[in-house]
Design a protein around this ligand. Structure first.
Ligand code: FES
Ligand code: FES
Length: 395
């Protein structure tokens, strides 16, 4: 158990909770603030959205312990809020809810839009609310309600609040720690700075927060595979979402990796240091990158070792992928899911590598964007097939 001190709905709260307790469970179970709903518990549906230091955040994937010193506002804390009152009336008028399960999260996100975007049109509102799913209404009434509040406030000459009234940003997604928790932000700053100033040889070693070990085999001799690992441009072409900014040098490579997770898109720009040891047929690629738009940063390391198989006719490739990610995309943190994603990525990488070494022209290059959603759908499909397979096997 750990003691967590924070403000919830302008009230100082100090309670103990397990370090793994989510903010959603914390406010619901410990404070009885059950207006915060839980839908997917994966950061996808937005039902659990609360304000964290004024910023909408998914409370199902936010650790309560990470909110030490933060200012949390749940839907109950917006009872007297002027904009939320207008929105509630508009939702009623426009029939913007049916079962109401999505409504608390929808109101929290809509309030943020109203405060920040006085000129938002229908498209902008739809984009702004795309992180909140509603299974009942078809969204028309919701969009109409939000638009009517924006128009009414514009007609009354109510100026937007710069940045939605944010004063300090919370630890989730914003990259800025709440007062008293200064260590989170410097971590991101250090990463960003290191990436911006990265000069040859200056990419630092680091201890990855997550390490995934993968192994696959290729029907090619180790020397041929090792030569392929020396061709950084070819390796990059085999990695989904990766592109190079300039021709790589033997020790250093500059490039871009594009990642998309539903409405969250990040484009990490950075550099990597390449090390290889022909004596042990092994090597290491250490990279660092930042995404200015989502204020995310990542450090990653790929270690590989090639082992001969079948008297040297084939190669076992042992990969160890380590990374530390901060910012919005870091919210995809379910270890089981991340492991499945890594397995799928490595499988794609191995298939591309095999095609490349075999000289098979591939019509489909590695995708220009690493879409977690398409990978997640494939992973889920595979998991369901596995479960059904098990059941039919049992029956
Ligand atoms: S419960 Fe769905 S995003 Fe949190
Ligand atoms: S009103 Fe039912 S989920 Fe939105």
């Amino acid at each position: 158990m750990t003691t967590i001190a924070l403000q919830v709905n302008r009230r100082a709260v100090e309670l103990s909770a397990e370090p793994r307790t989510s903010l959603a469970d914390f406010v619901r179970d410990k404070l009885d603030l059950t207006g915060t709903h839980l839908g997917c518990e994966h950061g996808v549906c937005g039902a659990c959205t609360v304000l964290l230091d004024g910023v909408p955040a998914r409370s199902c994937i936010t650790y309560a312990a990470a909110c030490e010193g933060a200012d949390v506002t749940t839907i109950e804390g917006l009872d007297e809020d002027e904009v939320t009152t207008e929105l509630r009336a508009a939702f009623t008028r426009e029939h913007a809810l049916q079962c109401g399960y999505c409504t608390p999260g929808m109101l929290v996100s809509a309030r943020d839009l109203v405060l920040r975007l006085p000129d938002a049109d229908e498209r902008r509102i739809r984009v702004g609310l795309s992180g909140n799913l509603c299974r009942c209404t078809g969204y028309v009434g919701i969009v109409r309600a939000v638009q009517s509040v924006i128009e009414a406030r514009r007609a009354r000459n109510i100026a937007p609040l710069a940045d939605g009234g944010r004063t300090s940003l919370g630890p989730v997604g914003s990259g800025r720690a709440a007062p008293g928790r200064s260590e989170s932000r410097p971590a991101l700053q250090t990463l960003a700075l290191a990436s911006e100033n990265a000069t040859p040889g200056s990419i630092p070693d680091f201890i990855p927060a997550t390490v995934l070990d993968q192994r696959f085999t290729l029907a090619h001799p180790p020397a041929k595979v090792f030569a392929m690992f020396d061709d950084i441009a070819a390796i990059a072409a085999c990695l989904p979402g990766v592109s190079l900014k300039s021709p790589p040098s033997p020790e250093r490579v500059e490039g871009l990796i594009r990642v998309r997770l539903g409405p969250i898109a990040a484009s990490f720009e950075g550099a990597a240091r390449v090390e290889r040891d022909p004596a042990t047929l092994s090597g290491r690629i250490i990279g660092i990158g930042t995404d200015q738009r989502s204020h995310s940063a990542t450090q990653g390391e790929i270690r590989y070792r090639l082992l001969p198989l079948d008297d040297g006719a084939a190669t076992a490739v042992e990969l160890s992928i380590g990374y530390t990610l901060t910012g919005l995309p870091a919210q995809v943190g379910r270890p089981g899911l991340v492991r499945d994603l890594a397995r799928r990525l490595v499988a794609d990488f191995a298939a591309n590598l095999d095609r490349h070494i075999s000289g098979v022209p591939s019509e489909a290059r590695a995708p220009a964007e690493l879409s977690f959603w398409s990978i997640v759908s494939d992973v889920l499909r595979a998991r369901i097939a596995r479960i059904l397979g098990r059941r039919s096997g049992a029956g």
